[in-house]
Design a protein around this ligand. Structure first.
Ligand code: IFM
Length: 455
């Protein structure tokens, strides 16, 4: 194996998924509070009110990270903790929490990587249209500048948005995430304003100076053809367009893809995409963050019968399980080769800028055995295979700088509530006790050696 010297091994989390303390120290309401309180939206009625109680267990969790030997930690800042109304005055205690977090990381020589937006939009902004409104992009840039002003000296890696595809399509298109709105037009407006917000925030932070690395995180999934038919090829092209190119093209080429403009004429509407927007969106970043979980194996969907996988409404496409692939507890196929594939493609088709894998990991049916051990050997195998796939991309010329495992600890998995466990560390939710799983002990050795054990 050949991970370069200085390769950053880390783990990732997000504010709403772990913090809890939803009504403390002046935090405002977010769209995930509203969404999760509505019966039927989240499995078992779970909410992030308490989550892993990380807000109150900060020191314990920092110690845990130190014990795991993490070199980097990716976390997100909760916008409604900083600006309870989404604009206007800063909530000091909210900012102080992240100051303490960052100081604690630095004390332990763990590099902080900060995400500004991981889906918890202040509800007040949603009341004014949320990401379908252009105003939200401007407010996001103001919020970014507030956080940057406070933490730029201590945080070297900045990520504007986490997975804008998920915010736009699951939140505004399919309604399975907050704010639970349904409509292709809304998802497209949200897509554009999220990207614009990224561009404006990046520009605002650049103007403030500092030699930090600024980037954005996309969730990317190669789209493969299910059967070699013209209809499946067409369906796979559309899924690739929607899931990958709709975000990569404006960021790195300064335009929406031609075929997506044909499919979604709204993206050519000057009322939505104004002069100069694409220049703002495509201003250079210092790195791209990639979240990789799965490939899409795509078949045409004539809308008959029940789709066994994910269906892409309006695209005439659905995903199916690839023959023989094992799946995670999320039902996602395990295909490490897709990680090499997407990294090499970015390098060849979009940018030679450095890349971080900002999330990669899996949920399995973990449980504590009578001795209190969590023997998650499936996760060890999963991570081992994906680390090898990342290394294969490095050998093929990709400038990969680091790898953040999703997730540091089990947490609130959005619409799935607490039913899906992605953590290196097990959380016993009743007591909030943290128990490192076997994968955590294994990962510690990988980090220490900057290498993988012989397979
Ligand atoms: O838990 C999420 C995370 O918030 C964003 N990326 C995917 C993870 C697993 O679904």
């Amino acid at each position: 194996m050949a991970f370069p010297e200085g390769f950053l091994w880390g783990a990732a989390t997000a504010a709403y998924q772990i913090e809890g303390a939803a009504h403390e120290d002046g935090r405002g309401r977010s769209i995930w509070d509203t969404f999760s309180y509505k019966p039927g939206n989240v499995l078992h009625g779970d909410t992030g009110d308490v989550a892993c109680d990380h807000y109150h267990r900060l020191e314990e969790d920092l110690d845990l990270m130190g014990e795991l030997g993490l070199q980097a930690y990716r976390f997100s800042v909760s916008w409604p903790r900083i600006q309870p109304e989404g604009s206007g005055p800063v909530n000091g205690p909210g900012l102080d929490f992240y100051r303490r977090l960052v100081a604690g990381l630095r004390d332990r020589s763990i590099t902080p990587a900060l995400t500004l937006y991981h889906w918890d939009l202040p509800q007040r902004l949603e009341d004014g249209g949320g990401w379908t409104s252009r105003d939200t992009a401007d407010r996001f840039a103001e919020y970014a500048a507030i956080v940057y002003e406070a933490l730029a000296d201590e945080v070297p890696v900045w990520i504007t948005l986490n997975e804008p595809w998920v915010s736009a399509w699951l939140g505004y298109g399919l309604g399975v995430h907050a704010p639970g709105r349904h409509g292709t037009g809304e998802a497209l407006s949200a897509t554009h304003h999220l990207l614009l917000g990224h561009g404006l925030a990046t520009a605002a932070m650049r103007e403030m100076g500092g030699d930090n690395q600024l980037g954005i995180t996309l969730n990317l999934s190669p789209a493969h053809v299910g059967k070699d038919t013209a209809a499946d090829r067409e369906a796979a092209r559309k899924v690739d367009g929607n899931a990958n190119r709709l975000y990569l093209d404006p960021l790195f080429n300064g335009s929406y893809p031609e075929d997506m403009l044909d499919l979604y004429p709204r993206l050519a509407d000057p009322g939505l995409v104004r002069d100069g927007d694409l220049e703002t969106i495509s201003r250079p970043v210092d790195f791209l963050g990639v979240n990789y979980y799965r490939r899409h194996t795509v078949r045409e969907d004539r809308g008959t019968g029940r789709a066994s996988g994910m269906s892409f409404p309006g695209l005439g496409a659905k995903t199916v399980q690839p023959h023989g692939a094992e799946t995670t507890a999320m039902g996602w196929p395990i295909e490490p080769g897709g990680l090499t594939e997407i990294l090499v493609r970015i390098n060849e088709e979009y940018t030679r800028k450095p890349i971080y894998i900002t999330e990669s990991g899996a949920a399995f049916h973990d449980y504590a055995d009578p001795a209190g051990e969590i023997r998650d050997e499936e996760r060890v195998a999963y991570l081992d295979a994906h680390f090898r796939a990342a290394e294969a991309a490095i050998r093929r010329g990709v400038d990969l700088r680091g790898y953040f495992v999703w997730s540091l600890m089990d947490n609130f998995e959005w619409a799935e509530g607490f039913s899906k466990r992605f953590g290196l560390v097990y959380v016993e939710y009743a007591s909030k006790k943290r128990i490192p799983k076997h994968s955590a002990h294994w990962y510690r050795k990988v980090i220490w050696a900057n290498d993988l054990p012989e397979s």
